[in-house]
Design a protein around this ligand. Sequence first.
Ligand code: ZN
Length: 175
Amino acid sequence: MAKLEILEIPDVRLRTIARPVEAFDADLVQLVADMTETMYGAAGIGLAATQVNVHRRLLVLDVSESQDQPRVYINPEIISAEGSETCEEGCLSVPGIYAEVSRAEKVRVSAQNPDGSSFEEDLDGMHAICLQHEIDHLDGKLFVDYLSPLKRRMVTKKLEKQRKISGQKPARAVL
Ligand code: ZN
């Protein structure tokens, strides 16, 4: 396994719209393993392929407290959503920034496993929020896109300040 480099804003590659996964082969299994290792290594609870510069529709997540229940969603699609929930989100691609975002409270997702088999699943809580955040990545969207222009300017300034202090790493990391 290998840890992959995580893209950070304002890298324009984060804005790429990912294409469906078509080959369910050994390379895909390896990519899933590498993404999972990269997610754990960065103390994240979710990682989309877009964030490691692979523009295919897959993501990994682990919302368990023990961080030992990795999940894989290939070609995920939200087929129904209900309710609304606001949660403070962070992102491995937007280091050190946290902001409240509203998303659907419950979602039903269809996706594929690394062997190509299909499944559907009902999600709620952090699992639902994380999945929506990661699917946004596959569509080239970031959580800061949901913020007001004023709040976005504050985020940009904070990021610039952080970059000036070289080597500074965020204390927390979320999705
Ligand atoms: Zn993210």
